[in-house]
Write a protein of this length. Structure first.
Length: 596
């Protein structure tokens, strides 16, 4: 017989057992609820995320449209380039990885860190953030060899813009560079590291040249290593374009201005198509593609010759005597007889001021043609005094001055056709009689751009039509207006230009078998106060910044072909001696077998 002994007070309390059971039940409910939340309520979302960890969708870069000259020679192409990207999702230690990138590439560590924090919100965690936009092949080899030890670093292959002629067409094409924060926020089609047009046609035709990105699906392992890929959408290349510019002519024209500052424009007067567009000095557009260093940028920006300035459309110069073509047209349209003469004794007085002709002892008695051919200042002083500012200003504006030509380039300047209202607002002074005289010879406040002069001369030659200057070969001629002069007066001006080449100030352009016309201009930069009997110093004896600008506006016609050519040599001195040889050489090219 056995006895079961249970010490008093040792029986388990029923309340404790119930508490334990309740706790287990609560924990079970929590786990069940969490399981339901993860697997059912948000199951589809987490399934997608898990799949994204294995399958990623990446953009495929689209090659930018190619650019050729008028006969098909390539001027802007794409080359493969290697960039270094960082996939944040695969990188375990961002700070150490950035240190390693600095060690490999030499890029400043602080600059990398700043770039990472500035742009990380714009790049998805599983997409590569471009840290170094261009790597030499030697660095690519080093990084690829160490890729297993540095997860998250990825070599990105993308097309890079390359300008074959470097500085030759920089002011026409512009350049591409990395999209900035503002551009990224405005265009959803852009991503960090994408290149966009920043100037010239690259900017104006951005939507045509850029193309559309493709899309691919990439399978990766836990370390981010690519296993296989599938293309979901092929990239669409940008549109190819042909310039109206002739590369051979452009090269030849640029050589004529080598070492000088100035501009050359060659245009087809019957279409407005620009065959040569030279602004010197220029810059290598390729420098901007992968980013300039601060030192490189400072050198370009602070260069006293201003290579970034597009002198064809942005530099506004006094037109000098080429403006006499405009004033002469206004005078003839005002009813002044071309046979009526003015005596030039070398100067004219207005009040107490003396206005001198460029020819010290004067031209004698001159009519319109003789005055235009010999560029007699006294004749046009008299014209300015007769016409007055209102008539000259109105006529000049109707000839296309004081307004943009709307060439397909950004930041074009309007030039300036002065008025009394403008002078009062600008200087707080009234318009005086001497202002009319200065305006009539292209001095004073007048300012024009070389492209405006080219459009005006083209209109004189083509029958009076102002065409928009065109840079693309397939662009249709676009009429912007008509010259405000009769056919008789227009023909008289053109005939005077022809005689100027035959016997006047533009004789350097004379060539056998070609109908040539021209008008020289010497635009005074600073007013030199000379005492009675003093002789003005020769150009080579003057400080460079005090020298006059040299203009020559011209046209040439032969065998049904006609061209307008404008040259402006900044601080070049006299139009005939500085710009004359330049245009003579250009016409040698235009009327040779080299011009196709």
């Amino acid at each position: 017989m056995s006895a079961h002994y249970e010490p008093e007070g040792q029986a388990p309390p029923k309340s404790g057992l119930l508490l334990l059971q309740a706790l287990i039940w609560v924990l079970f409910c929590i786990f069940a609820l969490r399981f339901w939340y993860l697997q059912i309520y948000r199951g589809e979302e987490f399934e997608t995320k898990a799949r994204d960890n294995q399958l990623r969708q990446e953009a495929m870069f689209a090659p930018r449209g190619l650019v050729r000259d008028r006969i098909g020679k390539l001027v802007a192409v794409n080359e493969p380039a290697y960039a270094l990207g960082l996939v944040r999702e695969d990188c375990k230690d961002i700070s150490t990885t950035l240190d390693k990138v600095t060690e490999w590439t030499g890029v400043d560590r602080e600059a990398l860190r700043e770039k990472f924090h500035k742009y990380k919100r714009l790049v998805k965690p599983f997409e590569p953030m471009i840290l170094v936009p261009e790597l030499p092949f030697e660095q690519v080899a080093v990084i690829e060899a160490n890729a297993l030890f540095w997860p998250g670093l990825e070599i990105v292959v993308r097309p890079k813009r390359y300008y074959k002629q470097r500085d030759l067409l920089a002011h026409v094409l512009g350049y591409v560079a990395d999209a900035n924060e503002v551009e990224l926020s405005k265009d959803s089609g852009l991503a960090l590291g994408d290149n966009v047009g920043k100037g010239g046609l690259e900017l104006v035709l951005e939507s045509r040249l850029r193309g559309a990105k493709g899309l691919r699906q990439v399978e990766v392992d836990a370390t981010g290593r690519r296993l296989k890929q599938k293309i979901l959408r092929e990239p669409l290349a940008g549109e190819h374009i042909n310039l109206a510019i002739d590369l051979g002519l452009q090269t030849h024209a640029a050589r004529q201005l080598e070492g000088q500052a100035g501009a050359i424009v060659v245009m087809e007067p019957t279409t407005g198509k620009v065959l040569a567009f030279v602004s010197q000095p220029s810059y290598d557009a390729n420098m901007f593609v992968t980013g300039l260093s601060q030192k490189q940028w400072s050198k370009l920006r602070d260069d006293p010759m201003h290579p970034l300035q597009n002198r064809v459309i942005q530099s506004m110069f006094p037109p000098g005597s080429i403006y006499k073509l405009v004033v002469g047209g206004a005078l003839l349209e005002d009813g002044f007889s071309p046979k009526e003469t003015v005596y030039c004794g070398g100067q004219i007085k207005l009040g107490r001021r003396v206005f001198r002709c460029w020819k010290k002892h004067g031209h004698g008695r001159v009519d319109y043609q003789k005055a235009q051919v010999n560029s007699c200042d006294v004749y046009f002083y008299a014209a300015g005094d007769r016409l007055g500012v209102e008539k000259m200003s109105t006529f000049a504006k109707d000839c296309g001055f004081g307004q943009k030509t709307n060439i397909s380039l950004p930041h074009e300047k309007t030039g300036l056709v002065p008025t009394p209202e403008w002078k009062r607002k600008r200087f707080g002074e009234p318009w005086v009689g001497g202002d009319n005289l200065n305006m009539a010879i292209g001095q004073g406040f007048n300012l024009v751009t070389p492209i405006q002069v080219a459009r005006f001369i083209s209109a004189l030659i083509n029958g009076g039509t102002l065409y928009r200057p065109l840079l693309l070969a397939d662009a249709e001629p676009e009429v912007q207006g008509q010259l405000p002069m009769s056919e008789l007066n227009r023909t008289m001006i053109v005939d005077a230009m022809v005689e100027t080449v035959q016997s006047g100030t533009a004789r350097r352009l004379k060539r056998k078998g070609v109908r040539m016309g021209g008008k020289t201009g010497t635009a005074q930069v600073v007013r030199l106060k000379l005492k009675e009997g003093d002789e003005r110093r020769k150009t080579e004896e003057m400080d460079y910044r005090e020298r006059d600008h040299a203009w020559l506006a011209s046209f040439g016609e032969k065998d049904g072909k006609s061209y307008v050519a404008i040259c402006m040599v900044e601080h070049g001195g006299h139009g005939g001696s500085a710009a004359g040889p330049v245009l003579k050489s250009i016409y040698d090219y235009l009327f040779s077998e080299k011009m196709q």
